[in-house]
Design a protein around this ligand. Structure first.
Ligand code: KG4
Ligand code: ZN
Length: 338
């Protein structure tokens, strides 16, 4: 079964063809980064306009690259949440029109669930595992027992981890996109110049939750308070110290969650899973740690086609009335009592 996956939730216009939920035949990603760079952030209006201009050719390229014609596509999967609504609507309406014209099934996919599916495109992964979803909009530590069975153990109580990277980079004029730049600058910095705090709640139902807005504020407005007196107050040192704090906040909760659940496998996904420090820290954990290659960490159509296959395969179909939503589909939340 060959599924066409379409992803336009933010600033990547992407389409992919994936066979049987596993084999990537093509994964075209047209990034808008350069066009948003003058604004140091994604401008929603520009994003949706560019998707409208690009979507046809991106989809055509994904078919050409895969060496298949539309006749050979068995179903279409498209991100319909969460994301910028104007951007989502471009991909969603394109997918609906194509499905209608070809009389093939289509299904809307939750982008966050798709990020956790991405590593499955590169290797067989057995359930259950501890799922770590770290992106520009979400930070979720979960127990995953099936491709669509995700139980949240901890999440951010304010900003997402990727958002903190982006805001710190923006404040210090480090450049755009923030996460990659902070990661790069950190390589040249000393991560012990500042001792930034972990302002998260640690008690009761918040045992596995994280908080990034306090860290962000400390780095942006109060950095002097956390200066150790050693090393220069350079951008490289701020970046490295911030990155160390951001990763450690997460690692503490992951270690706790592994002990609590007894899970022996961690699977990471989302843009921040591309972070070099997070990747090296995760590798120090006992047990198996899996994260996708860099291209499958950030937004792409292959993960949409991959998980879309699983939905279509079990018989899920969406109606042409399907809408786009800015927010994530509700997760089951369990509050482990410790
Ligand atoms: O998954 P993604 O491409 O889009 C969303 O669904 O949000 O993630 C984008 C986020 C941005 O916040 C970006 O700054 C961050 O991932 N990011 C990184 C790195 N690469 C991307 N953060 C830290 N280190 C990186 N190397
Ligand atoms: Zn994403």
């Amino acid at each position: 079964m060959k599924i066409l996956g379409i992803e336009t939730s933010c600033d990547e216009c992407s389409a992919a063809v994936v066979e049987n939920g596993r084999t990537i035949l093509s994964n075209e990603v047209a990034t808008q980064i350069e066009l948003h760079r003058p604004y140091d952030g994604v401008v929603p209006e520009i994003a949706s306009r560019l998707h409208t201009e690009w979507i046809s050719s991106v989809v055509q390229r994904s078919l050409d690259q895969a060496g298949v014609s539309l006749d050979e596509i068995d179903g279409i999967a498209v991100t319909n949440r969460p994301g910028l609504v104007g951007s989502l609507l471009v991909g969603l309406n394109f997918a609906k029109s194509l499905a209608y014209a070809r009389n093939i099934p289509f299904v809307g996919v939750d982008h966050i669930r798709a990020h956790l599916y991405a590593p499955h495109l590169e290797q067989e992964i057995a359930y259950p595992f501890l799922g770590l979803l770290v992106s520009g909009g979400h930070t979720v530590i979960s127990r995953v027992t099936g491709f669509d069975e995700i139980e949240v153990l901890g999440t951010t109580i304010d900003d997402a981890i990727g958002e903190a990277f982006d805001k710190v980079a923006k404040h210090y004029n480090m450049g755009f996109p923030g996460g990659v730049i902070v990661d790069r600058l950190s390589q040249k910095g000393d991560m012990h110049t500042y001792n930034f705090p972990d302002p998260s709640l640690h008690k009761g139902n918040h045992e596995f939750d994280v908080s990034y807005s306090g860290l962000k504020t400390a780095v942006i407005n109060q950095s002097d308070q956390f200066y150790t007196g050693k090393g220069e107050k350079s951008l490289e040192n701020i970046a490295a110290s911030f990155q160390r704090a951001a990763v450690e906040i997460l690692m503490k909760r992951i270690r706790k969650a592994l002990t609590f659940t007894g899970l022996k496998r961690v699977v990471a996904g989302g843009g921040v899973a591309a972070n070099s420090l997070l990747r090296s820290e995760l590798k120090t954990l006992e047990g198996e740690v899996i994260f996708p290659s860099l291209k499958l960490c950030t937004d792409n159509g292959a993960m949409i086609a991959g998980i879309g296959y699983q939905y279509l395969q079990r018989g899920d179909r969406d109606a042409y009335s399907l809408q786009a939503f800015p927010r994530v589909q509700a997760f089951k939340r369990s509050y482990p009592m410790l």
